[in-house]
Design a protein around this ligand. Structure first.
Ligand SMILES: CC(C)(COP(=O)(O)OP(=O)(O)OC[C@H]1O[C@@H](n2cnc3c(N)ncnc32)[C@H](O)[C@@H]1OP(=O)(O)O)[C@@H](O)C(=O)NCCC(=O)NCCS
Length: 163
């Protein structure tokens, strides 16, 4: 596997990989299970948008994994220099490339990027049901620091009305 910097023309492929990879491990899909599509958009559309956010936040913090010139995955990062924390918002591989240590290599690449920038701590989030993520992150030194609950309300419901 070869890891290289992101190019703008990678975006459609990275979105495709993201939408496939996050099936079953996506907050957006969890929202859709309870509320259906919102504003005419399904969870895949919303999840793919995270890549737009990543590219706007720091296109130079996205690293693309290639095998034989085929894009097979990526890791996205951004650095908050003031807090000293490097963030890893998204990480995904095509199914046939999982379980071979490539996710670990992408994360180590992100760590190198943070080291080079003088960053001392890295932060990543995962859903409770993501057993692979949990195992992989802990094996790389990440420690669980908190659990968060995501709530969504349908504001058209009477029960959500303020008065
Ligand atoms: C998460 C992801 C990027 C990891 O990449 P990967 O190449 O599969 O990961 P690696 O092969 O480097 O490491 C996986 C580790 O999980 C372990 N693992 C595999 N299945 C597991 C399971 N069901 N439960 C616990 N651990 C598991 C593997 O043994 C390996 O650990 P080891 O190196 O100690 O043996 C990839 O699986 C993926 O794209 N998943 C879907 C998208 C996703 O979940 N993204 C992250 C969201 S936070």
């Amino acid at each position: 596997m070869h890891i290289r910097p992101f190019r703008p023309d990678d975006l459609p492929r990275l979105k495709e990989i993201t939408v496939e990879a996050f099936t079953g491990v996506s907050i957006d899909q969890g929202i859709e299970k309870q509320f259906g599509p919102i504003a005419g958009h399904d969870w895949r559309w919303r999840k793919a948008r995270h890549l737009d956010e990543d590219t706007l936040t720091d296109p130079h913090g996205i690293f693309v994994a290639e095998i034989a010139d085929r894009v097979v995955g990526y890791v996205s990062t951004w650095i908050d220099h003031e807090t000293g924390i490097g963030h890893i918002p998204n990480l995904a591989l095509v199914p046939e490339c999982r379980g071979q240590g490539l996710g670990r290599q992408l994360l180590l690449h992100a760590f190198d990027h943070f080291h080079r920038a003088g960053i001392t701590h890295a932060k990543i989030e995962t859903l409770v049901q993501n057993e692979v993520g949990k195992h992989l992150y802990e094996s790389l030194g990440f420690r669980e620091v908190a659990r968060q609950i995501h709530f969504v309300a349908d504001l058209r419901d009477d029960s959500s009305a303020a008065g």
